[in-house]
Design a binder for this molecule. Sequence first.
Ligand code: NAP
Length: 248
Amino acid sequence: MNRYDGVKVLITGAGSGIGRATAIRLVSEEAAVFAVDRTEDGLAETVRSASGPGRIVPHVADVTDEPAVVEAVRAAAAELGGIDVLVNVAGIHKTTPIDTLSVEDLHRLFSVNLVGTALFCREALRHLPDRTGVIVNIASSAATQGNPYMTAYSASKGAVLAFSLSLAAEVVGRGIRVVPISPGTVATPLTSGNVIPDGLDARYFGRIRSLLGSAAPEQIAGVIAFAASPDGGYITGAEIRADGGSGA
Ligand code: NAP
């Protein structure tokens, strides 16, 4: 029997990159996946690429829109017959040199990366079953490793990590696990669209390079699939770094 046979999973950011690869991976392991993203096009491609034996239901929602998050979680529970696993993948990145860092950038990065994650956790916890429920939150190696021109993004991911550790301690009494996963550099639209603005010193970007080079999103999906399954059943409140050795 597949480890995800009959398991109901809500994934945000499922229309691209790591979220899409995770949806495809879990559907291949027989999960029922409720795939959330903010546009239809990316989700449609994910649905086309997920070929079973599980099933996938697309749903458009902006993770920063509180009523839309409440509705997405309600719809997921209704459509799947419950929610066993929540995987918060939706996120944004922006290069923000300190001299031009704007309040708008800070609010936007924290709104998507932290507030979106927190809202989905709050709402999904109304449905996750005691003893077996799992939350996986995607942080970043940038949460604990300094990178130039990434202060705002790094801070937002540090917040996701800290949020996840405290939440793990809060819900452990219900037997629910919370696992933050911190990827290093992954080859997705998020990184390919991240061009280094003119005038910045590119030498220091080398700090974030992994010994193994960039990961494929499927490699991070494999780590998520492990962490959210019974194979990862003794892991909670601990960061899993999947950084290809960048922190070595
Ligand atoms: P990606 O390919 O850009 O996927 C992120 C997805 O989240 C996109 O479909 C994006 O939609 C969606 N999203 C953004 N804002 C949203 C919102 N407000 N509501 C709903 N969906 C929203 O990026 P990725 O590389 O797979 O990143 C996934 C996660 O991994 C992010 O949290 C990122 O910070 C984290 N991460 C990535 C790397 C890396 O190197 N790629 C490293 C460490 C951590 P749009 O395309 O419309 O924006």
